[in-house]
Design a protein around this ligand. Structure first.
Ligand code: MRU
Length: 356
């Protein structure tokens, strides 16, 4: 998608370095950062210069390319893979990408291994773009149906950033929105601010603005009253890990939106590429929920009146805070899963019909 009218992807390989849009600097600064080593890639994932399940999967794949450029020794590579998988625990895409890369390069002799790794990384990225575009085309039908009944602006509520910045291009939850906008359907997005890191306000609103899509940032607790007032036609969110029974784990607060949507009879959709399906885990209680530094809650960053970036403490110094980054939305609250292969019920049966 575009930034200042120019098309970008979120990650690419150029002159033997990996380039990323540093998302910790958005929306106030557009900065392209170079990753040169495996440690750069691991750090970019940990500090969330790149974030969003599909993008951290792609960064892990590029991390393996960088590791091979440093050292082709098997034990160095295995250590790199372990550290990549551990860098953020919740999104399954990290393990998915590392396993996929490892199965391609395992046993390949050292003169070919780098080229094979680069080719596989390119394929992971190209596939993600294709899948996200298809999610958009499949999800477009939902928005078209609402518009055909309503004949007025369609209001979609989304949480966090499951936009193109979270993937390589298009996004998951935002992809149907981009498709609808390109088709001329009037659309407006309620953007949950998404405390504590404000991915909604800083990233989703930013990327929608760049594509000229109307959006309004709301505090995370505002969705409920908007739903009661009939100002939300549908919710579409992303996911970091989808279990085969249809439960989804996404940015903390997603569950509360699903409850409010159920109470107000509003369709609640989750958009995902198949790379976020964890076919092995059967019980959502086993999903590792990332707990991040509580300073992400107690400090906020923004521009002061002189346009200078400032980080300030907003809580009492001696107050404790807890920063759980994800929660689980049980399948029973989900109207449907929008995937690259079509829309299905959030259930084993639904997912099996599309993918097995
Ligand atoms: O902590 P983040 O910003 O990586 O969380 C991102 C999300 O929760 C997204 O909704 C999810 O990764 C899906 S991205 C298409």
């Amino acid at each position: 998608m575009k930034i200042k009218g120019k098309k970008y992807k979120t990650i690419w390989f150029e002159n033997n370095v990996v380039k990323i849009i540093d998302q910790t600097k958005l929306p106030h600064e557009f900065y392209i950062k170079e990753l040169k080593t495996i440690d750069d890639a691991i750090n970019a994932i940990k500090v969330m210069e790149v974030r969003g399940a599909p993008l951290i999967g792609a960064t892990a794949a590029y991390g393996i390319v960088l590791a091979l450029m440093e050292n082709k020794d098997q034990s160095f590579l295995e250590n790199a893979c372990r550290n990549l998988i551990r860098s953020r625990p919740t999104a399954i895409n990290l393990k998915w990408a590392v396993d996929r890369m490892f199965s391609k390069i395992k046993g390949v002799n050292s003169s070919d291994v780098l080229n094979i790794a680069i080719k596989e990384t390119d394929e992971i990225c190209e596939e993600d773009i294709k899948f996200c575009k298809n999610i958009g085309l499949n999800g477009l039908k939902i928005i078209e149906d609402i518009y055909n009944k309503k004949k007025d602006t369609v209001n979609i509520l989304t949480h966090c950033n499951a936009g193109w910045l979270a993937t390589i291009d298009w996004g998951t939850a935002t992809s149907p929105i981009y498709q609808a906008h390109q088709k001329g359907i009037p659309i407006h997005v309620w953007v949950d601010e998404t405390r504590p890191r404000n991915q909604g306000a800083n990233l989703t609103s930013f990327e929608l603005n760049e594509e000229n899509i109307k959006n309004t940032i709301i505090a995370d607790n505002t969705g409920g009253i908007l739903m009661q007032r009939g100002e939300v036609d549908a919710c579409i969110v992303g996911t970091d890990r989808t279990l085969s029974n249809g439960d989804v784990c996404n940015k903390v607060g997603t569950y509360l939106k699903a409850l409010a949507a159920k109470d107000n009879n509003i369709p609640f959709y989750v958009a995902l590429p198949s790379s976020t399906i964890d076919w092995d885990m059967k019980n959502s209680e086993n999903i590792p929920i990332e707990e991040r530094n509580s300073e992400e809650l107690s400090f906020v960053e923004g521009l002061d009146n002189n346009n200078k970036l400032k980080k300030i403490r907003i809580y009492p110094k001696n107050s404790k805070s807890l920063n759980l980054a994800f929660d689980v939305t049980p399948a029973k609250y989900i109207t449907g899963l929008i995937t690259e292969k079509g829309i299905c019920s959030a259930s084993e049966e639904g997912l099996n019909k599309l993918f097995k």
